[in-house]
Design a protein around this ligand. Structure first.
Ligand code: DC
Length: 215
C-alpha cells in the first residue's frame, strides 16, 4: 500500500509521515531529503547546470540509501549526510536543482523502485500527482505561513544556525513560489487528495487524523 503525503515546507509532512509509518509498520521515504542529497552533491562537485553531460555524470555516479531506525539516516556514496542536507546553503539551492528534469526523472525512478511491492508512506511535493498517481491514500498538508515559519525556524536553530522570523518567511515564500511554478512536476494538490490544514493541530492530532482515515 502507498500513502502519499504532499505539501509545502513546514506543513508538517516529515514528522507526520514518520509517525504514521511507525504506527502502521510501513517504510517511510522522505523524498525531499533525496533532492537535498543530490543538491549537496551538485554544490560539492560545482556542477555546471548548463552542461547536460556534467549533470548526467553526477546522476550516474551518486548512490543514495536510507538506513537506521525509521529510515531516518540518508547515506550518499557511503557518507551519512543527514545533518548536512538540513543546512541553509543546501536549502537555498534545492528548489533550483529539483526543478531540473534530468534530476526528477532519476529520483522518481529511484523512489518507485524503493517502494515497489512494499507498504510505504512517501512524503514530498509530487507523490500523489506524479510518483504514485494511483496511491491508495493521498493527503495534502497545508498550514498558515507564520506557523510554518515558526516550525522551520526551530529546525534551522536545532542545526546550529540562526535566522530571524522575517527571513524564514521570505525564504519559505520564495521556495513555495519556485516549487509551485516550475514546469516539471510542480507542487500542487492532487484532485483526489484529502487536504489537511495543520495550523492548529499538534503532531498527535495530525497523525490520528490520517490513521483514522487509513484504518
Ligand atoms: O521537504 P523538503 O523541504 O526537505 O524538500 C526540499 C526541496 O526538495 C523542496 O523545496 C522541493 C524539492 N522536492 C521536490 O521537488 N519534490 C519532492 N517530491 C520533494 C521535495
Amino acid at each position: 500500500m502507498i500513502i502519499a503525503i504532499d505539501g509545502p515546507a513546514g506543513s508538517g509532512k516529515t514528522t507526520t509521515a514518520r509517525k504514521v509509518a511507525q504506527r502502521l509498520g510501513f517504510i517511510h521515504i522522505n523524498t525531499g531529503a533525496m533532492y537535498r542529497g543530490i543538491t549537496l552533491k551538485f554544490i560539492r562537485e560545482k556542477v555546471n547546470l548548463d552542461d547536460p553531460l556534467d549533470i548526467d555524470r553526477i546522476l550516474h555516479n551518486t548512490q543514495l540509501n536510507f538506513a537506521g531506525i525509521d529510515h531516518g539516516i540518508l547515506y550518499m556514496d557511503g557518507e551519512d549526510i543527514s545533518s548536512e542536507i538540513a543546512l541553509s546553503y543546501v536549502t537555498e539551492n534545492v528548489s533550483r536543482i529539483s526543478a531540473l528534469s534530468k534530476v526528477r526523472i532519476k529520483l522518481v525512478e529511484f523512489q518507485r523502485d524503493m517502494a515497489q511491492g512494499r507498504d510505504v508512506v512517501l512524503e514530498g511535493r509530487d507523490i500523489g500527482t506524479v510518483v504514485f498517481p494511483n496511491a491508495e491514500y493521498k493527503f495534502y498538508l497545508i498550514a498558515d505561513i507564520r506557523v510554518r515559519a515558526a516550525r522551520r525556524k526551530k529546525e534551522i536553530e536545532a542545526s546550529g544556525e540562526y535566522i530571524t522570523m522575517e527571513e524564514v518567511i521570505l525564504f519559505l515564500k520564495d521556495r513555495d513560489k519556485q516549487d509551485s511554478s516550475r514546469h516539471n512536476s510542480p507542487l500542487t494538490k492532487a484532485e483526489d487528495a484529502i487536504e489537511l490544514d495543520t495550523t492548529d493541530l499538534n503532531i498527535v492530532e495530525q497523525v490520528n487524523y490520517i490513521l483514522n482515515i487509513v484504518n
